[in-house]
Design a protein around this ligand. Structure first.
Ligand SMILES: NC(=O)c1ccc[n+]([C@@H]2O[C@H](COP(=O)([O-])OP(=O)(O)OC[C@H]3O[C@@H](n4cnc5c(N)ncnc54)[C@H](O)[C@@H]3O)[C@@H](O)[C@H]2O)c1
Length: 254
């Protein structure tokens, strides 16, 4: 798909990988709606790139539908959905106190990362399926953001890995399902990226994480993620695929 002039939605666009993707799509000529639960951040990014900011909680269907409607009112119907919003926590199955981990903590991560992404995607797909086809019969493209933790999750990452593994598992059936509408689905599974989340860690921890990456031995740049996200949009033959973007990193158990 030619990105120029298309309306794009970026969830989690107020920070980190989402912010970089919103900036890259705008640079390539897309009209970008920055959807984030943190409106201040969404507004900061949108103001910079000439996009629109919409407060949106991907766990809430009304909030999502409202965001899609507001974005469409500003830019016309979207053909690009970048699902990047997500949260991460780590929790031992059995805590130091011998008690089982709270079930709500597990459910919350699944609800945001997996169910929230599915919810945004199904609403986007229903609207996108009504649009006129472009070249090759293509109507739209969506991306999920998994993690290498979907494959090599570390101690305590049960919920996070399950949520991201769910996105990996959903990629091919969703691509097959939406093929009849000309909507593609791809997933990026990032390794370790230098986002605000990561920058909160002490410098020695960041350095040791960076050193664990075979090549290049540094944290990924959000711009590198954004480059691949934009490539997924522009390369119409990419579909139903999960792409690791990790410098050959394989996470150790802890
Ligand atoms: N940074 C990394 O190294 C890394 C590695 C693998 C996967 N990821 C994944 O990439 C994505 C982005 O991560 P990041 O590092 O940029 O994090 P980040 O915290 O900088 O950005 C995440 C954004 O999502 C928003 N968000 C959270 N919950 C939301 C909700 N319910 N509705 C709408 N927006 C919500 C936050 O407000 C924030 O702006 C996440 O899905 C994360 O799991 C990141």
């Amino acid at each position: 798909m030619n990105i120029q002039g298309q309306a794009a939605l970026v969830t989690g666009g107020g920070s980190g990988l989402g912010e970089a993707t919103a900036r890259e799509l705008a640079r390539l000529g897309a009209k970008v709606a920055v959807l984030d639960v943190n409106l201040d951040n969404a507004q900061r990014v949108a103001a910079d790139i000439g996009g629109v900011a919409v407060r949106c909680d991907i766990t809430d269907t009304d909030s999502l539908q409202n965001a899609l409607d507001q974005a469409a009112a500003a830019h016309g119907p979207a053909r690009i959905l970048m699902n990047i919003a997500g949260i991460g926590t780590a929790k031992r199955v059995v805590g130091k106190d011998g008690n089982p981990a709270p079930l709500e903590d597990f459910a919350k991560v699944i609800n945001v990362n997996l169910i929230g992404t599915y919810n945004a995607s199904r609403l986007f797909a229903a609207a996108c399926a009504k649009l006129d086809p472009l070249e090759d019969g293509e109507r739209g493209v969506m991306m999920f953001t998994a993690s290498v933790a979907a494959f090599d999750g570390q101690v305590g990452q049960q919920a996070y890995s399950a949520s991201k593994g769910g996105l990996v598992g959903m990629t091919l059936p969703m691509a097959r399902d939406l093929a009849q509408h000309g909507i593609r689905v791809c997933t990026i599974a990032p390794g370790l990226f230098a986002t605000p989340l990561m920058k909160q860690l002490p410098e020695p921890v960041q350095a040791s994480l960076a050193a664990s990456i075979p090549f290049p031995p540094r944290l990924g740049k959000p711009e590198e993620f954004a480059q691949l996200a934009a490539h997924i949009v522009s390369n119409t033959h990419l579909n139903g695929e999960v792409i690791r973007l990790d410098g050959a990193l394989r996470m150790a158990p802890r």
